[in-house]
Write a protein of this length. Structure first.
Length: 312
């Protein structure tokens, strides 16, 4: 596991946001998690961010240390593993105490929906870093979650390393809050935070450093190829490469992105994720046929692309 990073690491790999595999009785399934991690690493992904898709919101703090151990032992030496913390202050305090004695260069603060105020969020983030010594990537899902000026100060103080930005907009190229954040902390510290499709406008228009995604867990090589096209400014090629993700992304959009991804990784055959932790449930069995078809088609495209790349 990487223990030293700088901002260039936000751009070197897609930040994969994997689901987390459990046994039937909600224990950690080490083998299945390791299988998914090996699939991602074999496809060229070197950053793993365990957050929303892993349902970390619902993971018990009493098992947080065991959860970290199971991931640390599974990743390659040069993989950057980012655990999530929070979202509420109680979890931040308890998890800071555990992370204090670990070697993580950063953690990601999950977004708090309510009850919170922007000033309260700033205070809570600062408090976590004071307690743990671990800087944060801040996951922003709502407009003005943290004022841009405050974010600039947190970056200057070294409390915030970066931002995962996922505020939905009718037109993703029109976003004054994102522009304020870029002006405050620099685009090199911000990644697009909700999958391959929004990454296209975010990287071409705002020149964000990179992006997080869930479908990358099935098609890491294809997602990395898409990232490379975006980074070299080849918008037409990136647009073409995005097409392969759209059938599964459409199902995620329609039936819940986290639940569908969890089920899709299992049904694709990459690794069996088992049940999903309460308060969530797996995708509705009525859509399993559609998910299986889309997930297997994406995996088939991935394996064909890998073979072509190996032969070239
Ligand atoms: N939500 C996005 C990226 C992760 O946060 C996805 O799953 O594609």
């Amino acid at each position: 596991m990487l223990t030293t990073i700088d901002t260039s690491h936000l751009a070197r790999s897609v930040l994969a946001v994997p689901p987390f595999a459990l046994t039937g009785d909600f224990e950690i399934n080490r083998e299945a998690n390791a299988k998914l991690i090996r699939h991602l690493e074999a496809g060229g992904v070197s950053t793993l961010l365990y957050g929303g898709n892993a349902n970390v919101h619902n993971w018990p703090v009493s098992k947080f240390a065991a959860w970290l151990d199971s991931l640390e032992e599974a990743v390659a030496e040069d993989t950057w593993l980012i655990p999530s913390v929070g979202p509420d202050w109680g979890k931040l305090v308890d998890e800071a105490a555990i992370l204090k004695s670990r070697r993580y260069p950063v953690a990601m603060a999950l977004p708090m929906i309510a009850p919170q105020t922007p000033e309260g969020v700033v205070r809570g983030l600062q408090d976590f870093v004071d307690r743990s010594g671990v800087p944060l990537i801040v996951y922003i899902k709502t407009d003005q979650y943290v004022p841009a000026e405050a974010m600039g100060r947190l970056v200057e103080q070294g409390a915030v390393f970066g931002i995962k930005y996922a505020v939905p907009r009718a037109d993703l190229t029109q976003d004054s809050y994102l522009q304020e954040l870029i002006d405050a902390v620099g685009a090199e510290r911000i990644v697009s935070g909700f999958g391959e499709p929004p990454a296209l406008p975010h990287l071409t228009h705002f020149k964000l450093a990179g992006f997080t995604a869930g479908c990358v867990c099935i098609a890491p090589h294809l997602s990395m190829t898409f990232l490379h096209a975006l980074k070299r400014g080849d918008e037409a090629e990136a647009r073409r490469q995005l097409e392969v993700f759209m059938p599964l992304e459409a199902l995620r959009e329609r039936h819940n992105a986290i639940r569908v991804l969890h089920t899709a990784v299992s049904l694709s055959g990459v690794a069996d994720m088992g049940p999903i932790l309460p308060l969530l449930t797996e995708a509705d069995p009525a859509v399993h046929g559609d998910i299986r078809e889309a997930a297997r088609a994406l995996l088939a495209a991935e394996m064909t692309a890998r073979q072509k790349a190996a032969a070239a």
